[in-house]
Design a protein around this ligand. Structure first.
Ligand code: IPE
Ligand code: IPE
Ligand code: MG
Ligand code: MG
Ligand code: MG
Length: 347
């Protein structure tokens, strides 16, 4: 596998955790992005600063409204996620020559949907996990009802932001297109569908899902079914990152098709590698419980193929993603670096 660009990941993590970049510095990183070689560390730092500043401003204050609900919403968002989906929005914007900051509201909306999906994913009725991003999960820190409602509220908030002309600088037509992209990716044809398939597969599938995808137990799931689950539960939101940026630009159909194929490959690779990390990495590094998938009898790539083949599968998705980017020049380097990061991250 060819490593596209040296990424000192520990440095990224250290920078994320210890370095508070001031706004001026952040702007200068953004401004130089158009003219000089950039790297993933700078993108992740910029993304984190921009998105967290924006989210801090739009999330409800803990001092107004229902304190518990507002506090739970903030707790589940302002808690150290990698912000990789917003970074993907920005990287696509860079590739398409769109000023990145124009897409901050869209990127933040996507992150809100992701944070809501994590709250619900951790609930006792779903994966029943106690730790998320190194802290007690939302339902542990608050209570189940509050966690469910905080997730609901973050979801609707994403669409409030995306449709708001004061926050999202695009035309009404583009904002509506963005709302559709995010709603489709998040709902019953995307992330929620994938989560349903994941849960039913773990339990032994219900008749309806059994009929639809042709399996009746997690251990009988084949590669095609598992690929579909992963593409829905995780790939759909990652693909939405690319589509949100694409819809802000008059990209030709070949560019759109190639970027969407890139997204679908890295989306799959991301979840395959998440499955691998669940087996290979400690709870301390992951910030979420290691071995959770095995405990629940989840359908995962390591369970289906074994670790080595799962790793090879992730690498083949990475290689296909890079093939899709072959006609693009250096402006796609951030997308290449993100693809590499997806299957080489520590957590
Ligand atoms: C975790 O996503 C959930 C999956 C879709 C595998 P991330 O690994 O992006 O989690 P955070 O946002 O950095 O915590
Ligand atoms: C979750 O997949 C995908 C979501 C839609 C949240 P996982 O259940 O594998 O994510 P983690 O491992 O809990 O982060
Ligand atoms: Mg899950
Ligand atoms: Mg989970
Ligand atoms: Mg997982």
């Amino acid at each position: 596998m060819i490593k596209p660009q040296a990424i000192n990941e520990q440095q990224v993590i250290n920078e994320q955790q210890t370095k508070t970049m001031d706004v001026q510095q952040t702007m200068s990183v953004q401004q130089t992005m158009g003219v000089q070689q950039t790297n993933l560390a700078a993108l992740l730092t910029t993304t984190k600063t921009n998105i967290e500043t924006f989210l801090d401003q739009v999330l409800p204050s803990q001092n107004i409204g229902h304190n518990q609900l507002n506090a739970a919403m903030r707790y589940a968002v302002m808690n150290g996620g990698k912000r990789i989906r917003p970074a993907l929005v920005y990287a696509t914007a860079h590739c398409l020559n769109i000023p990145m900051e124009q897409l901050t509201a869209a990127a933040a909306s996507l992150e809100l949907i992701h944070c809501y999906s994590l709250i619900h994913d951790d609930l006792p009725a779903m994966d029943n996990d106690d730790l998320r991003r190194g802290q007690p999960t939302c339902h542990k820190a608050f209570d189940e009802a509050t966690a469910i409602l905080a997730g609901d509220a973050l979801q609707t908030m994403a669409f409030t932001i995306l449709s708001d002309a004061q926050l999202n600088p695009f035309s009404a037509e583009i904002r509506i297109a963005m709302v559709q992209i995010l709603a489709n990716a998040a709902g019953a044809n995307g992330m929620v569908l994938g989560q349903a398939e994941d849960i039913y597969a773990e339990r032994g599938a219900t008749p309806s899902i059994n009929h639809r995808v042709g399996y009746n137990h997690a251990h009988n799931i084949g590669l095609a079914e598992l690929t579909m689950i992963h593409q829905n539960k995780t790939g759909a939101l990652l693909t939405a990152a690319i589509k949100l940026a694409l819809c802000a630009n008059n990209a030709n159909s070949e560019t759109s098709a190639r970027l969407c194929n890139y997204a679908s490959n890295i989306g799959l690779a991301f979840q395959v590698f998440d499955d691998i990390l669940d087996v290979t990495t400690s709870t301390e590094i992951l910030g979420k419980p290691a071995g959770s998938d095995q405990k629940l009898g989840k359908a995962t790539f390591p369970a289906l193929l074994g670790l080595d083949q799962a790793q090879q599968y992730a690498e083949s998705c990475y290689n296909q993603a890079l093939d899709e980017l072959a006609p693009f020049d250096h402006r796609a380097d951030l997308l290449r670096d993100i693809a590499y990061f997806f299957i080489n991250r520590r957590y």
